[in-house]
Write a protein that binds this ligand. Sequence first.
Ligand SMILES: [Zn+2]
Length: 88
Amino acid sequence: MPSFGTVVWFLCGVLLFRYIWKIGLSMLRSMATAPPPPPPTGEMRRINVRYRCSVCGTELRMVMAPDEDPPPPRHCMEDMEFMTPRFE
Ligand SMILES: [Zn+2]
């Protein structure tokens, strides 16, 4: 026979779990609806541009984009710097 204190703690745990579960679900739902649907692959353009993170120095190359002048990706919470395309 569990004591009264144990039952109270158990109920508190169940309520807390349900609360966190609901927050998690709503966060998942907002993340799932945030990005726009990707365009069909036939409308993607082959590009070759480089971006550099001005904060940590990470460089990346973008090879596919919905248009030829895509907005720069973000890294370290900042827009990455556009670098001149280099064709190798
Ligand atoms: Zn960075």
